[in-house]
Design a protein around this ligand. Structure first.
Ligand code: HEC
Ligand code: HEC
Length: 502
């Protein structure tokens, strides 16, 4: 814990996601667009098609502005934001791949220089030299993807690197090739969709028909590469990651979402790109672009969420704590290893262990789930935090630190009884008590279901179960609700039939 914590009111996950998705959307276009330009230019020059060459020139201006200006700016924004949000992960990536980054940087420099020469060279260079520069651009751009792809996939599947620490084990990791093919398909797909956007503004004549159809083929070709490679990628993800994600809403949504977006994209491109090319209006081209963005963003979202609770699987947790140092943290206390402290221990513990994924109230609000409980319950929950639904990292501190964090949180919760906060009584209150005090670790019919041991008991059994609940498991908090809450919980459990509980 060598870094201070960047403490703001912003929701960090969505902030990171937003910048990253915008950047990858532009940077993949930068690669596919390069390939599109050289291939289309070669064909147009061969056919001496001046109208097509003029179109490509317009496209290359749009291309230069999006990639060199917007792409480069958002790329810097990513470094800026990951450095702020997870400095330890950034440090690990730099240390392990320092030459990878250096090579990436070199390719990027060649890419940018070639893009500028290409754009200003339409008149100044001979046709052959102009095309050569185009190919140099594309090669450098694609190679920079091939490098960064190794580092991105490493974070989800570091493979043998965890044991060997070897650069190549981490770089050519299990998901490297599937992801490279997938991303190359995305590049081609995006080249087609951006070119459709530019072509949508042409007057509706025969020229537009041929340009739109040509661009539609690029989009469809790219999409055809991405679909099988997505399933290939999906199949190599370690079973443990997928299993942990099973109970989470986001990874599932994003897989379903990605398929819906891909279907919408294919439909729009087929109808307006191939069948009715003259109807390819700006609004349709924008819709196509949004579907492509949706598809790609869902994939990136899936990739990020299936990695939880890690930033680098098996090596570093999403909150910046190193797996290998967890024992030391638990033994000496996390604060003893924290370089930058503010004097408020509870707040520091919150920042370094929870704040990367939660705010107190607002984004993924932590307090709402703890309203109406007590410090002992909260401390117990913190000690068993990795057993809650949510794929969270284990708590990295001592029992006393769990207590300090619990006090910090409890002071900020609504401290009235559950009955008063939610205006409930009887079995409805009991259901709430279950949801708050048990349900985040045991969902009936869902996550870590314990219906078989919990339902169908007698009143006396329930009384004993709750009385001895502190001895069931180290990660399970003892029941510490009020007598009225206990009574309501038992009434609720008695009212539920084993197997049919809701
Ligand atoms: C790696 C990200 C991450 C970290 C770090 C993290 N959590 Fe979570 N937490 C989640 C996710 C994801 C959920 C599930 C949210 C959902 O189901 O909508 C969750 C759920 C919860 C819930 C249940 C919320 C509810 O409404 O059901 C509590 C309580 C909670 N976390 C407490 C904590 C505490 C305390 C810490 C710090 C010790 C912490 N979390 C650290 C990601 C994280
Ligand atoms: C912070 C998480 C957490 C909370 C909250 C929690 N439990 Fe548990 N519970 C566990 C863990 C961990 C185990 C050990 C077995 C396992 O890992 O699933 C367990 C085991 C049990 C078992 C043993 C049954 C078996 O088949 O293994 C019962 C019964 C049980 N819990 C009931 C409850 C009840 C009732 C509540 C609410 C009053 C509750 N739990 C709240 C984490 C929790």
């Amino acid at each position: 814990m060598n870094y201070p914590f960047w403490d703001t009111q912003l929701p960090y996950g969505p902030l990171m996601g937003l910048i990253a998705v915008v950047h990858v959307f532009v940077s993949h276009f930068a690669i596919g667009g390069g390939l599109y330009l050289v291939i289309a230019e070669t064909a147009a020059r061969r056919a001496e098609d001046q109208a097509r060459l003029a179109f490509l020139r317009t496209l290359s201006k749009f291309f230069l502005l999006t990639t060199v200006v917007f792409g480069a700016l958002t790329g810097v924004a990513i470094w800026f934001i990951i450095g702020l949000l997870n400095p330890t992960a950034t440090e690990a990536l730099i240390h392990n791949f320092v030459w990878g980054w250096a090579i990436e940087w070199t390719f990027f420099l060649v890419e940018i220089a070639a893009a500028i020469v290409y754009f200003y060279g339409w008149e100044r260079l001979s046709a052959r030299d102009h095309l050569r520069i185009g190919w140099i651009y594309f090669a450098a751009a694609w190679l920079s993807l091939a490098v960064i792809n190794g580092i991105l996939t490493f974070m989800l599947t570091p493979g043998n690197w965890l044991a060997s620490g070897d650069f190549w084990d981490g770089f050519l990791n299990p998901t490297y090739w599937a992801s490279l093919v997938l991303r190359t398909g995305v590049c081609v797909l995006l080249a087609g969709t951006y070119a459709l956007l530019v072509a949508s503004r042409l007057p509706a004549d025969r020229f537009k028909t041929s340009v739109v159809r040509y661009n539609a083929l690029w989009a469809l070709g790219g999409l055809l590469v991405t679909l099988p490679s997505f399933f290939w990628y999906f199949r190599i993800i370690p079973a443990a990651n997928l299993q942990a994600a099973t109970f989470m809403v986001y990874p599932l949504w994003s897989v379903h979402g990605s398929l819906l977006f891909a279907a919408a994209l294919a439909f729009l491109v087929l109808v307006f790109g191939c069948l009715l090319p003259r109807r390819m209006h700006l609004s349709v081209a924008l819709l196509i672009m949004l579907s492509a963005l949706g598809w790609f963003a869902s994939f990136e979202w899936f990739r990020e969420s299936v990695r939880k609770p890690f930033a680098i699987t098996g090596y570093l947790y999403a909150n910046g704590l190193e797996v290998s140092r967890m024992d030391a943290y638990r033994k000496d206390g996390l604060l003893a290893h924290t370089t930058f402290r503010t004097g408020d221990d509870g707040a520091d513990l919150f920042r370094h262990t929870c704040r990367s994924c939660h705010t107190l109230r607002g984004y993924r609000p932590l307090l709402a789930a703890l309203d109406g409980t007590d410090p002992a319950f909260i401390a117990g929950t913190i000690r068993g935090i990795h057993k809650l639904k949510g794929n969270m990292p284990p708590f990295p501190g001592t029992a006393a630190e769990a207590g300090a964090l619990a006090d910090f949180l409890h002071r900020r919760t609504d401290r009235r009884p559950l009955a008063e906060i939610y205006r409930l009584e009887g079995t409805a209150l009991g259901r709430k008590v279950y949801e708050v005090r048990c349900g985040r670790c045991h969902e009936f019919g869902g996550f870590n279901d314990k219906a078989e041991s919990i339902l169908g008991l007698t009143e006396k059994d329930y009384d004993d179960l709750l009385k001895n609940s502190g001895e069931i498991a180290e990660e399970m908090p003892a029941f510490s609700g009020s007598p009225a809450e206990k009574e309501a919980l038992i009434q609720y459990l008695l009212s539920q039939k084993p197997g049919g509980a809701k």
